[in-house]
Design a protein around this ligand. Structure first.
Ligand code: PAF
Length: 294
């Protein structure tokens, strides 16, 4: 085994999931395995939402690979790349607890050996909307690294993405469809705290007061869901009414769209999405709604 593969000890003395630090090490570990390969891509700071992705992958795939890589390319100037939580030891322990087979934790040099890539994945028009409108270049960074990680792991049968980052999920589906990548993209439901707050690595930055205010995001979505029978305008009005009661929340958008994020239908399945800044923390959330005719 390459010296770049670390066999991590676990409490009972049995070796845990190996951590591969470069492509050769990953290839070595994967060459010893057979059956369908599932990948869960993460930037670390793992929480129960990631655990749900890993469990879904575990239930479907013989080999489960978790990637841990904080991708600089998807952070804009002035965004929280430096502040992004790094909890590597705890992440490895969580992967081990969830029965992950291989952890791929490359350095920046491994993923971007020549610095910023000249050729990147263009996300199309949707990449400039919603999150993309506030975070120019974000989805080009996401899709480029997703593409690179899929190629690096090799033949990936399924990749698992959370519905919490709904626009990312839609764009990753578009990526594999448009670029003929033979990987099934599996969506996994958002995991929430008991009070409704969607789990996010960034929740740890919320003060107690901000965390309370942040609950208005999921409440706004639920308010919309409850009146969905009355149609799209009623959904948006109900959501806005909740948000108006929480001045500490700076709403970026409350947006109703088709499930593929095209224009909202007048009736039938749709997606209600929200983004807001609470204190200095930007949060996103979304929910499926079934619109009745107004
Ligand atoms: O969702 C994330 O954590 C990241 O955007 C991803 C998919 C791991 C790409 O860096």
């Amino acid at each position: 085994m390459s010296e770049l593969v670390t066999q991590l000890p676990i409490g009972n003395g049995i070796a845990g999931a190996p951590v591969a630090r470069d492509r050769a090490a990953l290839a070595t570990v994967l060459s010893q395995r057979s059956g369908p390969v599932g990948v869960v891509m993460t930037m670390g700071a793992l929480h129960e939402g990631h655990a749900a992705l890993i469990r879904t992958a575990r239930a479907r795939c013989e080999t489960v690979v978790v990637t841990i890589f904080v991708n600089p390319m998807q952070f804009g100037v002035g965004e929280d790349l430096d502040k992004y939580p790094r909890t590597f030891e705890a992440d490895v322990a969580r992967c081990r607890d969830e029965g992950v087979d291989v952890i791929f934790a490359p350095t920046q040099q491994v993923i971007y050996p020549n610095g910023d890539p000249q050729v990147t994945v263009h996300p199309g028009q949707l990449g400039d909307e919603l999150e993309g409108a506030t975070r120019p270049g974000h989805f080009a960074g996401v899709l480029t690294v997703v593409c690179k990680l899929l190629h690096t792991v090799g033949q990936v049968d399924a990749a698992f993405f959370g519905e919490k980052d709904y626009q990312q999920l839609v764009l990753v589906r578009q990526l594999v469809a448009d670029l003929d990548i033979d990987t099934e993209i599996v969506a996994v439901s958002t995991v929430r705290e008991g009070d409704g707050l969607a789990l996010s690595s960034r929740n740890r930055f919320l003060s107690t007061v901000d965390r309370q205010a942040a609950l208005s995001l999921s409440r706004a979505l639920l308010a919309g869901l409850h009146v969905a029978d009355a149609g799209g305008e009623a959904v948006l009005e109900a959501g806005r009414a909740v948000l108006a009661t929480e001045p500490a929340v700076q709403v970026d958008y409350l947006h109703l769209a088709a499930p593929d994020l095209g224009p909202a239908p007048s009736a039938g399945p749709a997606r209600l999405l929200i983004a807001a800044k609470v204190g200095s923390t930007r949060l996103i959330d979304n929910i499926a709604v079934n619109l009745g005719r107004a």
